[in-house]
Write a protein that binds this ligand. Sequence first.
Ligand code: AR6
Length: 208
Amino acid sequence: MGLGTEVHDSTIQLVLEKGKTIEFIGPADITCETTDAIVNAANSSLLGGGGVDGAIHRAGGPAILAECKEIVSKIGSLPAGKAAITTGGRLAAKHVIHTVGPVYYGGDQGEAEKLASCHRESIRLADEQGLESLSFPAISTGAFGYPVPQAAAVAISSTVGALTSANHVNKVRFVLFDVGTFRAYARAAEEFLRSNSVSTSRIEKARS
Ligand code: AR6
């Protein structure tokens, strides 16, 4: 396993096969991202809320909520682990992928599988639309109470799997709002490399 280390302030990159990358940045605001899509940590109503959901609707404007309402009128509500796509409205990102993380009830209520599904379904949906890049927040780790180190491990392993089988998506960014969350995701990325024999993967750290 090649382990490249170059230092980058608050940015680390996990390099997978075929040059596909997973980047971790923070502290940073996902509403400023210029990836093709950003992922929203929504709730099943799709009608907005606090945290990153509130920030995305505020920054992107009413076009996002209008499309969310259309989706809800067709499907009723979006279950945990599923994803749906709308315009990005006024955001730099053209699309928002809304996914619903699990509420954390202690870890034995299928939370990890639902959180993994959020990442797989979001990447699959982006790939179906021919998108090449998307950014995730730390889904479920705010109001939904998922412990950050555990959420990070699930997010990373499911993202590596989905990104490896994607045809169009080649870059995933985790945009972490506070330094503690950034560090936990960075540690989980290093731990993932140590415990998985993904022979061509490596981590690069660089100072920008
Ligand atoms: N950019 C990036 N990350 C952010 C931002 C931002 N602008 N703002 C907050 N975060 P949460 P959840 C981080 O609570 O736990 C909402 O009301 C935040 O620091 O937004 O999945 C929804 O409507 C934390 O690390 O999402 C749902 O009802 C992470 O985003 C519910 O909360 C997730 O925190 C979803 O809860």
